[in-house]
Design a protein around this ligand. Structure first.
Ligand code: MG
Length: 158
């Protein structure tokens, strides 16, 4: 089973920038109800999508005060529980982060290792890529950060 996830958040001055659970040095960060970690949000949606379990907005509505300022690693942990409860395990994850600045080359491996750790996967099954939007549109004007994630799940034989 394959799932796809996408997320985008606006960037604002003086906010923390979290990507894949890692704090990235930056003078701008995501404006969000939670911690605005687009990569973890897109990953949650990809996992939920592959298991046909709805989407992140259904499980963690931004109208619910419980999720205000939420650490997205906690949301991912809940999603992983749902996946396992449906007798799925992750085969692999492939992610793309779209961000104009800062450049993520120095942080990609750390993000990858953290995603693998959070999902309890060997890092060979986790891919993290980064790209800019070639100065085009909101992403290219550094007004936003986005992430795309695809993942494959397999049924655990019982
Ligand atoms: Mg989000």
């Amino acid at each position: 089973m394959v799932g796809i996830g996408y997320d985008i958040h606006r960037l604002g001055d003086g906010l923390p920038l979290k990507i894949g659970g890692i704090q990235i040095p930056s003078d701008r960060g995501a404006i969000a109800h939670s911690d605005g970690d687009v990569l973890l949000h897109a990953l949650c949606d990809a996992l939920l999508g592959a298991a046909a379990l709805g989407d992140i907005g259904e499980w963690f509505p931004d109208t619910d005060a419980r999720w205000k300022g939420a650490d997205s690693t906690e949301l991912l942990a809940i999603v992983l529980q749902k996946i396992r409860a449906s007798h799925f395990q992750i085969v692999n994850i492939d992610a793309t982060i779209i961000l104009e600045k800062p450049k993520l080359a120095a942080y990609k491996e750390h993000i990858r290792e953290n995603l693998a750790s959070l999902c309890k996967l060997p890092k060979e099954r986790v891919s993290v890529k980064a790209t800019t939007n070639e100065k085009l549109d909101s992403l290219g004007r550094a007004e936003a950060i986005a992430a795309l994630v695809i993942c494959q799940l397999e049924k655990i034989s019982s």
